[in-house]
Design a protein around this ligand. Sequence first.
Ligand code: SF4
Length: 477
Amino acid sequence: MNVHDSERLAGLLEAAGYRRAPEGTDADVVVFNTCAVRENADNKLYGNLSHLAPRKAANPDMQIAVGGCLAQKDRESVLERAPWVDVVFGTHNIGSLPVLLERARHNKAAQVEIVEALQQFPSTLPAARESAYSAWVSISVGCNNTCTFCIVPSLRGKEVDRRPGDVLAEVQSLVDQGVLEVTLLGQNVNAYGVSFADPDQPRDRGAFARLLRACGRIEGLERVRFTSPHPAEFTDDVIEAMAETPNVCPTLHMPLQSGSDRILRAMRRSYRAERFLGILERVRATIPHAAITTDLIVGFPGETEEDFQATLDVVARARFASAFTFQYSKRPGTPAAEFADQVPKEVVTERYQRLLELQERISLEENRAQIGREVEVLVATGEGRKDAATARMSGRARDGRLVHFRPGELEIRPGDVITTTVTGAAPHHLIADGPVLTHRRTRAGDAHAVGQRPRTGVGLGMPGIGAPRQESTGCGR
Ligand code: SF4
């Protein structure tokens, strides 16, 4: 979500006349889009700001802005800790950035603007997309859940859903510009439909499944992904829509967090381990070969060895293709940070290692089972760190697995689509060292080759939140 917000910040600044500073040059404006979910976000931010302090001292016209979740959380204290910052803005008003920069320049004084509720659905803002072939599309922002480890609800607010027509218009606009793959984004995508921004739009529990099916009718859209669904709200109509919509990819990222029902309760996550496993069973019965991935937290306050064993058991039964595993650490401002029974760091680290070993073994076994299979790969850039040294290119299979393949003499571009056969496996990637079986040059590949990137949010006529605003927003609507 932050990555996509950064695309919007870039789009906003470009629409206001700014140009991206060439690599290796000193920029006139530096914007930090911060995240508060990961540990040490504030150390990183203030460390980076300190690095910039001498440059700012040497060139007072240079401007530094801090936005995102950490800014929403720290507010004025950003300026107390780094008084050389020019602009602080929050998660609900990213559209204000150009105006705040202008005002700070004009008034020669720092500007702090944090608001408590979403002013405008972020997708109405211009976005300068990073990829010619793959795009994020927000379907909702915020979250109505209250997981005790999570800072998101207090920083991103209650869930607000975008009208399906607006989502589909954005997807269509991206496809018209050559994009082949979209990832529908929301904190809790299968709650989509519970709180439409448009008051005329009725509450609709089946909205997400219908949205997937509607994406299936967009000609030229080859791959639809979504992240993340919440197990408590996962309904069979979504599984059916996934199975029956050919361009919806056979992949599911569904956070488990813990395999212990006691810990799930303490996390305030309302599903239980058996329900989670039941969903996986139904997904696999309907979509054979679906690659299922997850998030796991080790060492949540109060976690006993028995609770941790329950997580290992569920992980062993679930056979995830891969997992993002995290060691629990306190997030100030969340209920769990105040829980008394915090697990000692060395216990957390030791459990984390055991979980990692189990999941790595499963990932390797699941990837080895792919050897000999033919895969369709959407060729990407930046996915293979060793590509230059190994004369390979990289991309994602339809199920989301990373594939490193040999293009041979073929002139293949990021954004093109190839098929090849898997010849080797590691826990985090597949190798395809045989010949490329088919190669399709795509419009996305053409666009990538000439450095053209899709733009959205300008001229789509998408409404903001609440009553129509009288004044111009300056965003080209
Ligand atoms: S569902 Fe996700 S975003 Fe919402 S509170 Fe829980 S962890 Fe945070």
